[in-house]
Structure formats: structure tokens, C-alpha cells
Design a protein around this ligand. Structure first.
Ligand code: BTN
Length: 243
């Protein structure tokens, strides 16, 4: 594998973007710490030194931009399976968070560059709170986030976990890239979904939907049912659980 390892970066996603055009697909950028780690919706991502997995993967799928949301699902499924291989059970909060005991341990930030309705490259940024301690979470994060060390009570081998995740990622990504097959990812997304059956609120584009998460369809869209029985599908969005 083509892996670049850094002691400190502003953000592995930024570095991956700088390198993407000249590096080949599958190149991985890892940093021990990020000084300006980025989350979705312009949020900051706490990335203390040596305590997490802060990494970005350069992908070059030959497809149209609207397919990119599926890559995030592939990433989430791979992380779920990678954790399972370490004996750690987790859930997927569609489309891009991994939760344990209802708290976030991992987020994915997928960014892309495209031209003429074709993808140039995709950066899949993965942040996993591996060995963070209580003190690493500020007031605001304490109730919402946790680390693998805090939930399992032991220090986790980051290298082993990275290896497990990348193996699963490859297994899920290749059939998708080669023949558009995401069936295995969808199966995992459904089986490990924390949303299905729950009352949720989704913010997608400029719309807010409140309803019950019914399922995830074969294309990876979240199927939401409203009080009046109407059903709508959501391609991507920011979800919160209401009950
Ligand atoms: C989110 O849940 O909001 C997404 C968090 C993504 C964090 C990772 S850490 C590695 C990569 N580099 C970044 O700056 N962000 C992603």
C-alpha cells in the first residue's frame, strides 16, 4: 500500500487534496495529530496527538458525482467491520457516523473534485477516537462523543485497526468500482443502522424532515415515513434522533 505518514498536519484531507492528482488511487495519508481537523458542516474535529486515527484515502472512481454518497456508506460499513474484527460492536448512524453506546466514536468527511460531471478524485477522511481520554473531550463533546478506549476499558492497537478497516474497505469498494455493486455495504448499513425504526429529524439541503426512519434502500438512500403516511427518500443529510 502507498501510505504517507506525518507527525503533524493541519488536516489529512487538506494534504490528500494537495497530493491527489499526482498520487494513485488507494494512497493513504495518516497524521499523528491534526491542528485544524475538519468535521462536516464546517465543524472542527478534535485530533490530539497519538490518540486517534486521523487518515484520508485518495479514491479515483470512474463515476458521476451523485454516486459519491455511496462511498461514505462503504467507508462506514468498512469501519464497522474493522471494529468487529477487533471484537468491538458498533452502530452506523447513516450516512457517516459510527456510534457505540449512543455516542460518536468516528466520523467520515468525504470530499470530491469534479469536472464536466465526472469525478477527478474523492478524499475519504476518517477520524476515529481510539485512545482518547475523558479530558480530551471538551464540555460540549462529553455527552455526544467517546473513544474506543473509554468504552472497552483498554488501549487499542491503532495499526491493527487501520489494517482491518483497510482490508474491509478494499473488499467493499472494489465490487462497487468495478460493477456498481454495493449490495454488501447496504446489507451492513441496514443490519447495523441505529436509525431504522426510530423517530428522526433530517436536514437535507434547505429542507427539514421529521418522521420515522423506515429503511435504507438498495441505493443507500434513507427512507423516511411521515406522520401522514407519506414516504420520502433522502440521499444525504444531517440526522438527529428524537426518540
Ligand atoms: C464528521 O463527523 O463531522 C466528520 C469528521 C471527519 C474527521 C476526519 S479526521 C481525518 C480527516 N481530516 C480531517 O480534517 N477530517 C477528517
Amino acid at each position: 500500500r502507498n501510505v504517507y505518514y506525518f507527525d503533524s498536519l493541519s488536516s489529512t484531507n487538506n494534504k490528500a487534496k494537495e497530493m491527489a492528482l499526482k498520487e494513485k488511487e488507494g494512497t493513504i495519508i495518516i497524521a499523528e495529530e491534526q491542528t485544524k481537523g475538519r468535521g462536516r458542516l464546517g465543524r472542527n474535529w478534535v485530533s490530539p496527538k497519538g490518540k486517534g486515527i486521523w487518515m484520508s484515502i485518495i479514491l479515483k472512481p470512474d463515476m458521476i458525482p451523485s454516486e459519491v454518497a455511496k462511498l461514505t456508506l462503504i467507508g462506514a460499513a468498512a469501519i464497522n467491520r474493522g471494529l468487529e474484527a477487533m471484537g468491538i460492536n458498533s452502530y452506523i448512524k447513516w450516512p457517516n457516523d459510527i456510534l457505540i453506546e449512543d455516542k460518536k466514536v468516528c466520523g467520515i468527511l468525504t470530499e470530491m473534485s469534479c469536472e464536466l460531471n465526472m469525478i477527478n478524485y474523492v478524499i475519504m477522511g476518517i477520524g476515529i477516537n481510539v485512545n482518547l481520554d475523558k479530558e480530551d473531550f471538551n464540555r460540549e463533546l462529553k455527552d455526544k462523543a467517546t473513544s474506543l478506549k473509554l468504552v472497552t476499558g483498554k488501549k487499542i492497537d491503532r495499526k491493527r485497526l487501520i489494517g482491518n478497516i483497510l482490508n474491509h474497505l478494499e473488499n467493499l469498494y472494489i465490487p462497487f468500482k468495478e460493477r456498481g455493486d454495493i449490495s454488501k455495504t447496504i446489507r451492513i448499513s441496514r443490519e447495523k443502522s441505529i436509525l431504522i425504526g426510530r423517530e428522526i429529524r433530517v436536514i437535507t439541503g434547505d429542507k427539514e424532515l421529521i418522521g420515522k426512519a423506515l429503511s435504507i434502500d438498495d441505493e443507500g438512500q434513507l427512507v423516511v415515513e411521515f406522520k401522514d403516511g407519506r414516504v420520502e427518500k433522502v440521499f444525504s443529510g444531517e440526522v438527529s434522533i428524537r426518540g
